[in-house]
Design a protein around this ligand. Sequence first.
Ligand SMILES: [Zn+2]
Length: 428
Amino acid sequence: MTAHEQGAPSADARFLEDFRTMSAFGATPSGGVDRQAATEPDVAQRRWLEELLRERGLRVVYDRVGNQFGLLERVPGAPYVVVGSHMDSQPTAGRYDGAYGVLAAAHAVFRIAEQDAAGASEPVYNLAVVNWFNEEGSRFTPSMMGSAVYTGVLPLETALASRDSAGVTVAEALAPTGFLGDGDGPEAAFCAEIHVEQGRVLEESSTTIGLVSATWAARKYAITVHGEQAHSGATVMADRRDALVGASMLVVAARELADRFPGVLHTAVGRLDVYPNSPVVVPSRAELLLDLRSHDEEVLAEADRLFQEQVARVEAAASVTVEQTLSHAWDVNPYQPEGVALARASAEGLGLSSGEVMTVAGHDSTNMKERVPTVMLFVPSVEGVSHNEGEYTEDSDLVAGLAVLTDVVRRLGAGELAASGTHTPGRA
Ligand SMILES: [Zn+2]
């Protein structure tokens, strides 16, 4: 048994204790969390993380969109392995989504710092823990905001001007917190992220570590259904142009589409805003956000075509007009295979089962892998429950994931994977 293995139990216990502490920020009575971006619990948790990172010798900096970095400088002037996830949450969410990945990143870097101090490593790259700002996009759109600005996909000004439903901008929400830095964050050479799977593939195959090989393809539409406001009692039925009836038909049409491609296509309307949303008024306008996702690009294209047929049918049937904007679209998109191979070697070296999986959900690493070689790991989600207060992952899987992440970051930091250039923040 090595010294590292002897030290592991107490280090794991310390990690689990920190995880319990962090889960108290924004805790809900049903065992979940509510930590939307830049709300009081998110701010309090970030201050707690800053303290934790500082205590362990990391230098904490913020970039201009509020991404939080804990820097471990090992090689002056060298670029960084950026490792982390997000700590913001949906309004009623689970404790693990994102938060696990940030804390695991912090503890992975703490462990490597101990190896450095013991002379047990040969550092080539610096290490940065990251807590990306506003990954969930529930308070401010778009989602994955912090990593999108960092990678240059989203202009900084657009992000800072994004407003929540109360009209508060990102800039206004962040200004009083002290989390708006004046720099662009560290230069990245590699990225790593660990996250709960949010699906059942690992659990059903009794696999501990998911090696994420690609993202599902997705198309997201912002749809506005236009009708005409009328008295909901007095107006004769034949005269009505009810926007909510049209929107409801689209919601059902999206669900029926998924039923035609079982297991291959996921669809949902996650948001519906009705105007004027008043008891005695036929709605004149309904706005909805539609997601279509598949791991098969041909199925996705066919689903999109069929959905457009339904839009035409709904316009005629409900006497409404439908306006659509394709807000996001991406194809099946692979992670670098050499990163998958490196992560597999780490899992095998630790005696943990692993297998390749795809991610249906978007993650900050989805942005990062477009710029630098990126490793994405999953640990099992019990029954696949996600974006729900009942989200759960076994402690044994949390610490197994931390062990693999630590080894992956150690290897990346030692230059085991060839860098394909570096990424300067904010530049596409
Ligand atoms: Zn997440």
